[in-house]
Design a protein. Structure first.
Length: 134
């Protein structure tokens, strides 16, 4: 008896969806930062992805070059061990490329949120992988 050879059709290559295309208004995202006092920032996205039509400076002092894809939102302030409080103003404008992680598990309808330890660890792992890739 000759064993049957199973032929597997060629599988299409699935490209990873850019993170910026997965972000929705109302979600909490973790952002890269060069702030030595903070591992990452959290922001509640309040406006969809857009492109800056001119060089822009947000009220936090960040300068965004012309034609940069950006999200607008509100930062969270760290108020305790993995606890954050929403800062209601001013709005932040951040480059889409600075998004590190989408925190889909966090209920952004609350002004105070807690980042579970497993999520904090996942964000840090993504941050380290991104640094290694650079």
């Amino acid at each position: 008896m000759i064993p049957e050879t199973v032929r597997i059709p060629d599988q299409p290559v699935i490209e990873a969806e850019p993170l910026k295309n997965l972000v929705s208004e109302g979600q909490v995202v973790a952002l890269f930062t060069d702030d030595e006092l903070c591992e990452y920032y959290l922001m509640k996205v309040t406006h969809p992805l857009s492109s800056s039509t001119k060089e822009t400076k947000d009220q936090w002092g960040a300068v965004i070059p012309q034609n940069t894809e950006v999200f607008t939102g509100l930062y969270y302030d760290k108020v305790g061990e993995n606890r954050y409080s929403l800062i209601r103003s001013p709005y932040a404008i951040v480059p889409a490329a600075s998004i590190l992680y989408i925190c889909a598990q966090i209920d952004s309808s609350k002004d105070t949120i807690k980042v579970p330890e497993y999520l904090h660890t996942s964000i840090l792992e993504c941050m380290n992988m991104s640094k290694d890739a650079r």
